[in-house]
Design a binder for this molecule. Structure first.
Ligand code: UDP
Length: 381
């Protein structure tokens, strides 16, 4: 075990430890290190098995409470995962989405700047905005960020997240890293509408719910938008690469070879530091259109259930405004450049899309089939 991971005096604060990413990060920290965890959330159902772990302390609270913010900032490493990140809410509850994604994390950043904690803030790939179908790789420090009009309230979330990034980057004494997740998927993602949440979850959970219920998958605006799906377990590995680099402090320079204007190869030495950086975390090899995703998931579902694919309803088209409401808009392509994480942290996601989808869907079917049947029996009574 790496020396730093062996250090039982380190406590990491995880805000949003009971969420989709938080529950996997918590499990990995407890399994791979000797660290302690101070976990904050409002919902603990995904981490029931950890509630009595002697290396953990949990608090049922959110960042709206100033005393909680100050308490969190006492720990040397603070990971902030808390956010409202359900696209259907970006239209209906824009002010709440903005408060949750700007006001609260900005207050936490202020507190970390004061205490000297390293703040690892989870932003979003949505900060790249209204990308077109022919957008290329999205590069952290190069790509221009273009949002839709103010009437398209879909962009409330991205606007708040980007403002938080700018605020964090502007704080003089803050040691920070920003993470931009590209469609993380895996067990425990989101919810099943009507069972443990309401509204429309993100696409993987929504398609999984429809498959379990024998309903057609809905392809918004033809399902031509593209996303690159990333295993949450790869995302956790990214966090360990980040922890390792951050705890080791500034490392030796890293050498890359590039050709100069006259075609000669030159050596560039860059400082290999994870601080004051925004990182894309994604898997460009897993890019698919949403229609391709639907057909892949339908096929995998039929295999998991061992039924003829023709018995699983085919996807149907639906318009974005009919489905999500007025103000819906979309990013047509979100393809991450992952060079920076590879160069500075030596991290590269490795799980192929078919493996990610089978793993996620197998978990979803197992977890929700019985819960959904119980709910239907209750409703019939
Ligand atoms: N989408 C879809 N059907 C659904 C849910 C989502 O076609 O049931 C589309 C959505 O319009 C978008 C993509 O899938 O183009 C990804 O949507 P998601 O809500 O997962 O989040 P996003 O990647 O847009 O943040």
């Amino acid at each position: 075990m790496n020396l730093k991971f062996n250090d039982s005096s380190i406590t990491v604060a995880i805000v949003g430890c009971g969420g989709f990413i938080g529950c996997h990060l918590l499990d990995a920290i407890l399994a791979r290190t000797r660290w302690r965890v101070f976990g904050v959330d409002l919902d603990f159902y995904r981490i029931q098995h950890r509630l009595h772990d002697e290396r953990c302390e949990f608090m049922c609270a959110d960042l709206a409470d100033k005393s909680v913010v100050e308490r969190i900032a006492k720990y040397p490493v603070v990971v902030n995962l808390a956010a409202i990140c359900t696209p259907s809410r970006y239209m209906a509850e824009a002010p709440e989405v903005i408060r949750s994604n700007y006001d609260h994390p900005a207050a936490l950043a202020d507190a970390c700047a004061k205490s000297g904690s390293w703040l690892i803030h989870f932003s979003t790939s949505e900060v790249y905005g209204r990308t077109s179908a022919d957008s290329g790789m999205l590069v952290e420090d190069e790509t221009e960020l273009t949002f839709g009009p103010v009437t398209a309230s879909r962009w409330s979330y991205a606007t708040a997240k980007l403002l938080t990034e700018r605020y964090i980057a502007g704080l003089k004494n803050l040691k920070w890293t920003v993470v931009r997740p590209f469609n993380f998927v895996g067990p425990y993602m989101d919810f099943m509408p009507g069972v443990d949440g309401s509204g429309i979850p993100r696409v993987l959970a929504n398609f999984s719910s429809a498959l379990v219920r024998g309903e057609p998958l809905k392809l918004v605006n033809g399902g031509t938008a593209k996303r690159s799906f990333t295993s949450v377990f790869d995302a956790v590995d990214f966090m360990f690469a980040l922890f390792e680099a951050g705890l080791a402090g500034h490392l030796a320079g890293v050498v890359t070879n590039t050709a100069n204007a006259s075609g000669n190869v030159v050596e560039n030495v860059a400082e290999k530091s994870p601080f004051s950086q925004a990182f894309n975390v994604g898997n460009p090899d897993n890019e698919v259109t949403i229609a391709e995703l639907a057909y892949k998931m339908r096929k995998i579902f039929a295999e998991i259930k061992n039924v003829d694919i023709e018995t699983v309803p085919a996807p149907e088209m639906v318009s974005g405004v009919d489905y999500y409401g007025e103000g819906y808009d979309d990013s047509m392509r979100r393809l991450p450049s992952v060079e920076k994480a590879e160069l500075l942290l030596g991290f590269k996601a490795k799980t192929p899309i078919d493996v990610v989808l089978r793993e996620s869907l197998t978990w979803f079917v197992g977890h929700y089939s019985s819960l959904d049947e119980r709910r239907e029996t209750r409703d019939e009574r």
